[in-house]
Design a protein around this ligand. Structure first.
Ligand SMILES: NC(=O)c1ccc[n+]([C@@H]2O[C@H](COP(=O)([O-])OP(=O)(O)OC[C@H]3O[C@@H](n4cnc5c(N)ncnc54)[C@H](O)[C@@H]3O)[C@@H](O)[C@H]2O)c1
Length: 333
């Protein structure tokens, strides 16, 4: 059985999903595409031999669409996820599940009412070999209690991106991976702001988030989206028995002219290409075999967004904010 995927939103990320499904993921094909930019939709559809549909709701209900990927802009996610759940179709929604916690709550309620897990969130770092190794080491007895996590998230250039989106759109990856690595929940968050780079177009960039967890660990997250030199994500775990660093992977390390260097890519597609491929392959495999979803759940999407929103409040007020979560619905236990 070939899993036929409909993709809504085929900008950078949606086109990459379509490419991977067509060329690198076994057992899948892209059967339909929708984007409000009709030319873009036609271009991506042609590259994967898919149909272009002119209505996203028609795409979701289409008989040749088994499941849906949503990679349109953040504010549109809720509407499309709810439509996919109403149609009973599995959906991989790019992060964030929705920028507001209330929207995530509505998605969880709809999924629970549907009675089966249909919604997954594109927190692809959970499929990255480096993060998987870090997580395995975090569970090893010799490291002992986990004390701190230092995270760095840098983009080459994102001029004019609103400061809140640095949190809801970029730091949200670290907010998810921190609880996944530490097996711990967020308790409070404080955002610190140094002087801003002159290259950000007037936005507060960079910033430093400090998250305290329920078990008492501290997570610091540098977000710097106009770092200039490339896309880089790093993470270091500090535990009682030692530290583990997830550094920038490199095929080669060059030594010449009195410098030692490794290449840094322009964006996330290089660094996390393997993670996106594994995420899609494991999702497609689960859909083919009827196995449980390997993706981050709507609950995970909700916690990440609730933490991000608390961080936005901290940015606005300058004070530490509690992360207040609803009780975990029984459906997600
Ligand atoms: N997992 C990751 O690492 C990762 C990386 C980048 C982006 N993302 C997420 O993926 C999504 C897309 O990001 P991007 O970088 O590809 O952005 P993009 O701007 O390149 O693409 C967004 C596309 O959505 C389309 N669109 C906007 N509104 C729409 C609507 N109502 N219906 C259908 N199409 C619509 C736009 O025309 C555009 O083609 C965002 O939610 C973003 O946060 C995730």
């Amino acid at each position: 059985m070939t899993v036929r995927v409909g993709v809504i939103g085929v900008g950078v990320m949606g086109a990459e999903h379509a490419r991977l499904l067509t060329r690198e993921v076994a057992g899948s094909e892209v059967s339909a595409v929708f984007d409000i930019d009709a030319d873009r939709a036609a271009e991506v559809a042609a590259s994967c031999d898919a149909r272009v549909l002119d209505d996203p709701m028609v795409l979701i209900k289409d008989g040749d669409v088994d499941c849906v990927i949503i990679a349109s802009s953040d504010a549109t996610h809720e509407h499309f996820v709810l439509a996919a759940v109403a149609a009973g179709k599995p959906v991989l929604c790019e992060k964030p599940l929705a920028p507001e916690t209330e929207a995530c709550g509505r998605i969880m309620a709809a999924e629970a009412a549907a009675g089966r897990q249909l919604v997954g969130v594109g927190f692809m770092r959970r499929f990255d070999p480096g993060y998987l190794d870090l997580r395995a080491q975090a569970r090893s007895e010799d490291l002992g209690a986990l004390l701190m996590l230092h995270c760095v998230h840098r983009n080459e250039s994102a001029v004019g991106v609103p400061s809140s989106v640095l949190i809801t759109g970029s730091a949200v990856h670290e907010l998810d991976i921190a609880r996944w690595l530490l097996a711990d929940e967020p308790e409070s968050v404080t955002v610190h702001t140094p002087r801003a780079t002159s290259r950000g177009g007037g936005t507060q960039d960079p910033m430093l988030l400090v998250l305290r967890t329920v078990a008492g660990a501290l997570v610091d997250i540098e977000v710097f989206v106009n770092a200039g030199y490339g896309y880089e994500v790093r993470c270091e775990l500090v535990a009682e028995g030692g530290t583990v660093l997830l550094d920038t992977p490199a095929e080669t390390v060059r030594r010449a002219g009195n410098t030692v260097g490794r290449a840094v890519g322009h964006d996330w597609r290089g660094r996390f290409g393997d993670a996106y491929r594994r995420e899609l392959q494991q999702w497609v495999d689960a859909l083919r075999t009827g196995g449980p979803s390997p993706l981050a759940s709507a609950w995970d999407g909700y916690v990440a967004t609730a933490t991000a929103q608390a961080a936005v409040r901290s940015l606005e007020t300058g004070s530490t904010q509690p992360v207040v979560l609803v009780d975990k619905p029984g459906f997600y236990r």
